[in-house]
Write a protein that binds this ligand. Structure first.
Ligand code: C5P
Length: 308
């Protein structure tokens, strides 16, 4: 257990959102999930989670920042669920926590915002409560909360298999310059997967991640990477939100070397060849009125990390 000195401290964790450079999906399985073969990349758009001691037994959350009003603050909040899971399975005495989430990652935006907050809450509570838990145990707990949680803990660039939660790091060179376009409203991941099923896009299993994409990452070639980006969920997301097609085209016309719906959308990720081109692209896209917001980010970056 933590000493009274440690109890006085807040624990602060920063966690990055993700984009999928490739997302290949098979058909729906008996457990309701889809078998995936995906390449995640963590990008420099961060939520922050602060954990403070609360009276034993109490787990609460407050949310501030971008789209905070869309995040539930009851027991369905993924950060609260993470804290409860850790308390129930790992803590050896009565503990409590007041969590504070500061959002920058879009809510239900295809960038794993909820999973990022769950990953950050796991790390923050483990430190606050001074728990004896290995990174592997934390990863396994995370996978119970959501398929993207293990990646949000790990960060970097990784190949995800099974539900996307079985990870292998991927070798990459250099930094990639992305411009994100945030869509109006949310797009529910289950709804996008349901449309994917209706369109019968799953085939016999997930197709392979293109070798051209893996080669581009190793050589650090943004033009080759841009040409190889692929998202099997994109047709389903576009079917539900036709304006996404126009948004993707606009970025390519303005010089992006690649454009893709991030995960289940509606966030769109544009890859620029250089930082200067990313600055130019972001400026041009913001004047088009296609997005509620445009943001320049870089990847890969680290996963959930303690802040001083
Ligand atoms: O991982 P998480 O539970 O956050 O995923 C949300 C929903 O997305 C799932 O309930 C499921 O409907 C869908 N999903 C899926 N296959 C995956 C990952 C997510 O069908 N591999």
């Amino acid at each position: 257990m933590a000493s009274p000195v440690a109890e006085a401290d807040d624990v602060r964790v920063r966690v990055a959102g993700k984009i999928n450079l490739a997302l290949r999906s098979g058909p729906r399985r008996a457990d309701g999930y889809h078998e995936l073969s995906t390449i995640f990349q963590a990008v420099s758009l961060y939520d922050e989670v602060v954990a403070r001691w609360a009276e034993p037994g109490r787990i609460t959350v407050t949310v501030t920042g971008d789209q905070a009003h869309l995040v539930p603050t009851d027991d369905t909040n993924l950060a609260v669920r993470a804290a409860r899971l850790l308390r129930d399975l790992v803590a050896t005495s009565e503990v409590g926590v007041a969590l504070e989430i500061h959002k920058a990652i879009p809510v239900t935006g295809g960038m794993a915002g909820g999973s990022a907050d769950a990953a950050a809450a796991l790390l923050a509570c483990a430190v606050l409560w001074d728990l004896d838990i290995s990174p592997e145990e934390m990863r396994a707990l995370g996978a119970r909360l959501g398929a993207d949680v293990p990646f949000c803990l790990a960060g970097g660039t990784a190949l995800g298999a099974d539900r996307g939660d079985q990870l292998v790091p991927v070798l990459t060179r250099g930094t990639y310059h992305w411009v994100l376009g945030f869509g109006e409203g949310e797009l529910s991941t289950p709804a996008v997967f349901a449309r994917f099923d209706e369109l019968d896009l799953g085939g016999d299993g997930p197709a392979e991640v293109p070798s051209a994409l893996m080669n581009a990452l190793v050589s650090g070639d943004p033009v080759a990477l841009g040409a190889a980006l692929i998202n099997d969920l994109q047709p389903a997301a576009v079917a539900l939100r036709p304006a996404l097609a126009e948004a993707l085209d606009a970025g390519l016309e303005l010089g992006a070397v690649g454009a893709i719906v991030s995960g289940s959308g509606p966030t769109v990720a544009f890859l620029a060849a250089t930082e200067v081109e990313a600055i130019d692209l972001a400026t041009q896209l913001s004047t088009r009125g296609l997005f509620r917001g445009v943001k320049r980010v870089q990847g890969p970056v680290a996963g959930a990390r303690l802040l001083d």
